[in-house]
Design a protein around this ligand. Structure first.
Ligand SMILES: [Zn+2]
Length: 383
């Protein structure tokens, strides 16, 4: 079984420079590949495109002569960047995705791929690891990466002034105990993150004071950044997009984002671990219309929807690894409107009705009622 790990590294100044160079070159080649193929696509029409393989040759024989710095980046890393671009472009041509975007420097979403090319590459110790072409790099969190594990591939990314390594390692299949606990229905939502059929409620973490405080701080820093832009504009500087001061502010904002994400991810992991501990024989979830939710213009809702999507994916993956059946119920199943006791359907249930009251005498929290209905669902697909 393959397992992915991501953790922060502490490169020396020299190593950091080399990493940024590699990432920069990969980003440049990625963009160059896309730009060239858009041109081909627009002049010759669909069906025509240059493969990463051919483009790599072109880079080696033509582009490199003009930009010798390209050679500072390992050949395999360059090739991988082109392969990624090819994949994005192919998906676009086949109508699977939107037009791929150019990677911007600020977003730093390009990862650099470091294939093995020397003995000992990608060896992991408790407190350090050997990265191809970069050398031995210190790990921030000791003992997180599995030592002695066989690394299949590794990438390094840079975000908000920090460096991260992601590795894909081969781990022996864990023998999980056969799940035997009671099935759990889980109602996921924006108000509460999760309400479970056994009555457990996991609130939306965005409503805690710590997250609220951080969000407030984030808005303040964002205002500060836009003021800085305004000032530059007023002074008549046309290239108002960059200055050391602005860059500093951007990093500050990215760090705040990262802190918020870390808090959320940590919270989700804890909930998932608690669910797994109960070894339910099955878990029932509703098929979320995340795409529809994302269209909502309120940013906070969009973020919440996106986190729900991550949460659901992670929960499903973990459950499957443990042999727990994940049942997905159609989103038209009236999980909210049905009485979990007598199965009557209350078609006039309003969104503001937080308590479900039925003629049969049942009075229950609306989401709990829904969670129980999910647990009892008989029509579902298996994820
Ligand atoms: Zn009833």
């Amino acid at each position: 079984m393959l397992k992915g790990y991501k953790t922060e590294i502490l490169p020396t100044k020299q190593q950091a420079l080399k990493i940024r160079q590699t990432i920069g070159t990969c980003r440049y080649l990625y963009n160059l590949y896309l730009a060239s193929n858009f041109e081909v696509y627009e002049t010759l029409g669909s069906g025509f495109f240059v493969t990463a393989f051919t483009f790599d040759k072109y880079v080696n024989h033509v582009v490199k002569k003009e930009f010798p710095w390209i050679d500072d980046c390992g050949a395999k890393a360059r090739k991988q960047a082109l392969c990624n671009a090819e994949k994005a472009f192919k998906n676009y041509m086949q109508g699977k995705t939107n037009r791929p975007r150019f990677k911007k420097k600020r977003q730093q979403k390009v990862k650099a791929y470091f294939p093995k090319n020397a003995k000992g590459d990608w060896t992991i110790w408790r407190h350090k690891l050997q990265v191809p072409t970069i050398g031995i790099v210190k790990l921030k969190e000791k003992g997180y990466l599995p030592t002695k594990a066989k690394v299949r591939s590794g990438t390094i990314s840079y975000k908000a002034g920090r460096y991260y390594v992601s590795v894909l390692v081969e781990v022996s299949d864990n023998k999980f105990e056969q799940p035997h606990g009671e099935g759990i229905g889980i109602d996921l939502g924006v108000k509460e993150l999760a309400v479970m059929s056994d009555g457990t409620i996991k609130p939306n973490i965005n409503k805690t004071s710590r997250v609220k405080q951080l969000n407030k701080k984030l808005r303040r820093e964002q205002r500060r950044l836009s003021r800085k832009y305004e000032m530059k504009k007023k002074r008549g500087e046309k290239t108002a997009t960059y200055s050391a001061n602005i860059e500093k502010q951007v990093v500050k904002i990215q760090r705040l984002y990262q802190t918020l994400t870390n808090i959320r991810v940590d919270y989700e992991n804890k909930i998932i671990a608690a669910i797994m501990k109960r070894k339910p024989s099955y878990i029932v979830l509703e098929d979320l219309n995340v795409r529809g939710m994302m269209k909502n213009r309120h940013l906070s809702r969009a973020i919440a929807a996106q986190r729900l999507f991550y949460f659901r994916t992670k929960l499903t993956t973990k459950a499957k690894q443990r042999g727990i059946e994940v049942r997905i119920v159609d989103r038209f199943y009236p999980s909210s409107k049905k009485c979990s006791s007598c199965e009557r359907i209350k078609s006039d249930l309003k969104l503001k009705d937080r308590i479900y009251r039925c003629e049969c005498g049942l009075e229950l929290d609306r989401d709990l009622n829904a969670a129980i209905n999910l647990r009892n669902a008989t029509k579902y697909e298996i994820a």
